[in-house]
Design a protein around this ligand. Structure first.
Ligand code: PMP
Length: 315
């Protein structure tokens, strides 16, 4: 697969191969780095690319930067516009992942505890097809690792260092033959996966850990809660979730920008429901897919149309 033509680095569109940093910056720059994961979805009928909940993602990037005491030279509004400019420059016409990365640049001292120095920002894109409605489902385990807690590292933001925690849980799960890990918080309640949130269905209610359970403040989670309430009339409950509730849940799925909705068919070898994609999960996948691509006009406010230049020019 060829790389996109451009990425955005410190204020400019730079050709992919020309965007280099010195080798000594690798690794150290990740201490204090934060990022966002955003997706844009292609609608083949209207020939339009839509970025999903772009302002919400960029707002969270601002919160992540603030938490890690970054002082960037660019405003969130400017960076938001630059995401669109980059997608246009790359003439993107397929489902795409967008990753703004904020890290300590020159003058940061490259130490563990340093702050100050320049805040460098990279935004890059890569093709990333959706797997929604594929019918696939995953086996999960409850990890023996504990989720980072708010006074250890801030779980609610996208701090790069947080991902060591999810990585340990994910490696454990895969070495033990499971697809994904669910991680408990320090109170022994279910928090989330290492890179996704979790929702369960019990007796027709959608239940998910609340934002004080050591979870990332997930934008997909928020979207799904709104769709469940408004489009399906479901009762949605945000509260602490016990491990054993997973074992007797009717349906379980993980959710997030990368995970979209990923159905879970077993936890610790307890079969969830019929061991297949449950009906509420399936309906939510349809609603989310419509929201991503702008089908049936649902939730227009969640999509930023890009206006793909080669098509605009052809009009
Ligand atoms: N938790 C973690 C740790 C994540 O990395 C992600 C992915 N960003 C999520 C949850 C889901 O968040 P969102 O829906 O905003 O992508």
């Amino acid at each position: 697969m060829s790389n996109p033509k451009y990425l955005w680095l410190n204020g400019e569109l730079v050709e992919w191969d020309k965007a280099t940093v010195h080798v000594t910056a690798i690794g150290w720059s990740a201490v204090g780095a934060v990022f966002e994961g955003i997706r844009a979805y292609w609608n083949a009928d209207t020939e339009e690319l839509h970025v999903f909940r772009l302002p919400e993602h960029m707002k969270r990037l601002g919160e992540s930067m603030k938490m890690m005491r970054h002082e960037p030279a660019w405003s969130i509004e400017h960076l938001t516009e630059q995401v669109i400019e980059l997608l246009k420059a790359n003439d993107v016409r397929e489902d795409t992942y967008i990753r703004p990365l904020v890290y300590r640049g020159e003058g940061s001292g490259k130490g563990f505890s340093s702050h100050g120095g320049s805040t460098d920002i990279l935004i890059n894109t890569r093709p990333n097809p959706s797997h929604l409605l594929s019918g696939n489902h995953r086996s999960a385990c409850v990890s023996s690792w504990t989720r980072i807690s708010d006074n250890v590292m801030p779980p609610r933001i996208k701090n790069v260092a947080n991902y060591r925690n999810g990585q340990l849980a994910g490696m454990e799960a895969s070495l033990n033959g499971y697809d994904v890990a669910l991680i408990m918080n320090q109170q022994g309640k279910i928090a989330e996966g290492g890179g996704s949130c979790v929702m369960i269905v019990r007796d027709g209610k959608l239940i998910t850990p609340d934002v004080t359970q050591s979870i990332l403040e997930s934008i997909t989670r928020d979207a799904i809660m709104q769709l469940a309430r408004d489009e399906m009339g479901l009762e949605v409950v945000e509260r602490a979730v016990d491990r054993t509730e997973l074992y007797i849940a009717d349906e379980i799925f993980m959710c997030g920008t990368a995970f979209e909705i990923t159905p879970v068919s077993s936890v610790d070898k307890y079969v969830v429901g019929e061991g297949d994609v449950g009906p509420i999960t399936r309906r939510l996948e349809e609603l989310l897919n419509d929201s991503f691509r702008g089908i049936s006009g649902i939730r227009e406010g969640w999509r930023t149309p890009v206006g793909v230049p080669s098509l605009v020019a052809a009009d």
